[in-house]
Structures are given as structure tokens and as C-alpha cells.
Ligand binder design. Structure first.
Ligand SMILES: *Cc1c(COP(=O)(O)O)cnc(C)c1O
Length: 436
């Protein structure tokens, strides 16, 4: 813990007398260095922090290939024909959206998100169930903030998405980790979920399709998850940032299909499927026919009233962006992703010291196990990422950052030629380092 006392910056202090009625107070005027919130710990590993450290050791003679941070939006093979700028240009030019938007989000955008999420559900969402946020990250932040009660805990997946842990810390919520099981297609260890939960557990966080594992849960597993949450009487925070980004025969099924068993807060974003991460538009949707989240929703209204959401002009473009008319674009993106997933999976399978237990079925990531005992000069995942950068200028994320030591996360939302080049470099690196 950081010290809670303020550190004097200057030794010159003057004493002033302040007359406060009869009493005379002596106040030391000392220049102080303000402490920041001690929960903002510099020791915590963040993806961005580790990535910048890795970037600093890149081999200057090789062009950097980043398979680190998950942003495919800059590559032409994905962004070509992206149909979302026109609706945005329209909303900017109309000039009618220059005022403050409603703090929960503009009615038409909330309505569009509600309709988008309701497709195929028995229980449809309405406009008032949806709150618009500044990207999926703010959706994570407000969902956790609103659920936070004194002494509470939250169940998070391991490996996971680091902002959950960071926001838990900032809110003073205890994070408890359940495992995703590589041998079982990265399904959740639901026995462990049951053993971790207690009467202070306020949410079970489920990420599907999954970052970092690339898994997509079957309807059967989703049902088991909902049954577990229902038995334990805890709501599910369903992070569906990668909704519909499923391929290779798997299909995305929303957690909200099971709201007869457990209440669900669905988190989403335009960042991944729509490839506009910089536009910062996300949402929290209450899928709660059982009504167990009524109070939480009131809390969300109070919170959103003091929280600034996404820009008005982006909100105005949402109905068009979410419409069915862009299906061809989404299909094309999935075709490229599936091809990339196969290329990467095929390469990893050929490398002796690396192992991945299943082919990615969704999102844009794969988790790869590193057999450090077979690689010279590599004691852990951090070493692997660093040495790979030093020699091959290929950036991957060490699993330690995500809670899984001696694994690495590899992003494959890159053009085919770049990925093939990266695969060749990873392969030759591992071959050079292989201990026979
Ligand atoms: C990217 C991501 C988010 C955050 O989305 P942004 O819109 O980029 O803020 C949330 N959850 C998961 C699992 C993600 O991968």
C-alpha cells in the first residue's frame, strides 16, 4: 500500500492564524506532493505497459509485426468497404446533434441497440434497458461500479481481460478467479465457480466469444453457466464485445437467451465487430425479465447521470451501423479472420515447443502454451515475448499479464501475408532455440 500521508515537498512552512470565532487555529501551510488514489497501483501489469516495454527491445533490422494489441481496424483487408463512415458523416453534417446527448444515450441509439440485442430472444429488450457508454471499457467500468457493495467480490475468468481486475481494484472489489480449461475448449470450470461464490458475490463475469482464448461457448455450456449463476443467485455480466465474431462452424448465442435462469447485464461495443474502436461507443444492457436487477438499474441511472457517455454524432449513426444492411461486410471480415486463425493454428501445431489445445472459433486471439523447458534461454512467457521481439520483431502478449504463466496470447486480425511472415519468424525463432 502506498503511504496515506502527504509528503512535504518544501521545508519552508509558515504558520498562519485563522480566526474562527473564539478559537484561533494554527494551520501549517506546507507545499505538498498530492498522493493519488493508492488503488492505482504502478506494480500492476497492464497490456499497454508490457507492450511498450517489449516494443523498446525490437530488432531494428526487421519490420515490426504486432500480434499484440487487438486492433484490426488499420488493415485494409478488414477496413476495405467498411460502410460506417457515411452514417457518421451524415450525422455530423446534419448539425442537429451538436447538443449534449441524454446521459443514458440518445433514444434512437438506445432503441437500435435494444433491437439489435433482442434478435432471436424470447424476452425482448426495450430502449430503457440500454445505457450507452464510451466504448466497451467504460461499459466494464460502470457495470462493476454499479454492482459494487461493501465487502463484495466478483468472479472473473482466468486467463482474462485485465481492465476487469484494474477496475475491481479501483472500486475496492475483491476479484476471484475461476479457470478456463484449455483441455475442454476453454470452457469455464463451473465447479470452481460454485466453490468461489459466497453471499458477497455480486457478479459472474463471462466473456464469450472469448478474448484471449478464441473460444465460443456452445448453447449447452451457456445453459450450464446460467444454471450455475441461477443456483447461486448471482447476475451474469456477459461481455459480448465479440458477439457474432464466430466461424468454423461455431455460432454465437447470446447469454440473454437464458434470462429465465439468471439475470444478465450484456456489455457490448462497436470496437471489434464494426472495426471502429476509436469511435468509443459501447453499451450496458439489462436483460432482466426476472426483475432481480431493478435496484441495480436505478443505480445505473444515477451513475450515468454523473458520467459522460459517447459523443452525440456517433450515437446518431448507431441505428444505421447496427442495421442488417451491412451483413456482407461482416461476412467478409469473418472469412479473413477464419483464414488467419487456420494459418496460425496450423503453424503452431508444427512447432515443437508450442502448443495450442484448440483451433480458435471466434474473436481474434489464440492462447498458446510455451514449453519453456524446451527453449534455450527462456524461463518464462515474459522471456519468450522479449527474446522473440529482440530477434524477430514479432510482438505477442505474455500470458502472465492475463493471469496465465508460460502461455502467450497471439492476435491474428492481420493481413494474410503479414501473418504468414510472422508465423515463419516465430517458427524459425523456436527452431533456433529448441533444446533437442
Ligand atoms: C476490447 C474489449 C473490450 C473493450 O472494448 P472497447 O470498446 O475497445 O473499449 C471489453 N472486453 C473485451 C473482452 C475486449 O476484448
Amino acid at each position: 500500500m502506498a503511504p496515506s500521508t502527504q509528503v512535504p515537498m518544501s521545508t519552508t512552512s509558515t504558520t498562519t492564524e485563522i480566526s474562527n470565532g473564539a478559537a484561533v487555529l494554527h494551520v501549517d501551510k506546507v507545499k505538498v506532493a498530492r498522493c493519488c488514489n493508492p488503488n492505482l497501483s504502478p506494480d500492476k501489469l497492464s497490456i499497454r505497459g508490457v507492450v511498450s516495454e517489449l516494443l523498446s527491445v525490437a530488432n531494428a533490422e526487421k519490420v515490426l509485426i504486432s500480434l499484440g494489441v487487438g486492433d484490426a481496424s488499420s488493415y485494409q483487408c478488414f477496413s476495405e468497404g467498411k460502410p460506417f463512415s457515411r452514417p457518421l458523416v451524415h450525422s455530423v453534417e446534419a448539425g442537429t446533434f451538436d447538443c449534449y446527448p441524454h446521459s443514458f444515450g440518445s433514444p434512437s441509439a438506445r432503441h437500435a441497440v435494444a433491437e439489435y440485442l433482442s434478435k432471436g430472444l424470447k424476452h425482448c429488450l426495450c430502449e430503457s434497458d440500454v445505457f450507452l457508454t464510451s466504448g466497451g471499457t467504460q461499459a466494464v467500468q460502470v457495470a462493476l461500479t454499479v454492482l459494487c457493495t461493501p465487502g463484495c467480490n466478483v468472479l472473473l475468468p482466468r486467463p482474462g481481460f485485465p481492465p476487469y481486475e484494474s477496475f475491481c481494484e479501483i472500486c475496492n472489489m475483491e476479484a476471484r478467479y475461476y479457470d478456463l480449461l484449455p483441455q475442454r475448449n476453454w470452457e469455464m470450470d463451473l465447479d470452481q465457480v460454485r466453490s468461489l461464490a459466497d453471499c458477497n458475490t455480486v457478479a459472474l463475469v463471462v466473456i464469450n466469444p472469448n478474448n484471449p482464448c478464441g473460444s465460443v461457448y456452445s448453447p449447452k455450456h451457456l445453459l450450464q453457466i446460467a444454471e450455475t449463476a441461477g443456483d447461486l443467485n448471482i447476475p451474469i455480466v456477459a461481455d459480448e464485445t465479440y458477439a457474432h465474431m464466430a466461424y468454423g462452424g461455431s455460432k454465437f448465442v447470446p447469454m440473454a437467451s437464458f434470462t429465465n435462469l439468471a439475470s444478465v447485464m450484456t456489455l457490448g461495443s462497436l470496437s471489434k465487430r464494426f472495426l471502429v474502436p476509436g469511435w468509443r461507443l459501447g453499451w450496458v444492457a439489462f436483460c432482466d425479465p426476472l426483475g432481480t436487477l431493478k435496484q441495480v438499474k436505478v443505480g445505473m441511472e444515477l451513475l450515468m447521470n454523473v458520467t459522460a457517455g459517447p459523443a452525440s454524432v456517433i450515437q446518431a449513426a448507431v441505428p444505421d451501423i447496427l442495421s442488417d444492411s451491412h451483413d456482407q461486410f461482416h461476412k467478409k471480415v469473418l472469412t479473413v479472420l477464419e483464414h488467419s486463425a487456420d494459418t496460425l493454428y496450423g503453424t503452431i501445431k508444427q512447432i515443437e515447443a508450442l502448443k495450442c489445445h484448440s483451433r480458435p472459433q471466434g474473436s481474434m486471439f489464440i492462447m498458446v502454451e510455451v514449453d519453456t523447458a524446451r527453449l534455450r534461454g527462456i524461463n518464462n512467457d515474459m522471456d519468450f515475448a522479449k527474446e522473440l521481439m529482440k530477434e524477430e520483431s514479432v510482438l505477442v502478449v505474455p500470458g502472465t499479464v492475463l493471469g496465465l504463466k508460460n502461455w502467450v496470447r497471439i492476435f491474428f486480425g492481420t493481413p494474410a501475408d503479414l501473418l504468414t511472415d510472422a508465423c515463419d519468424r516465430i517458427k524459425s525463432f523456436c527452431e533456433r532455440r529448441l533444446i533437442p
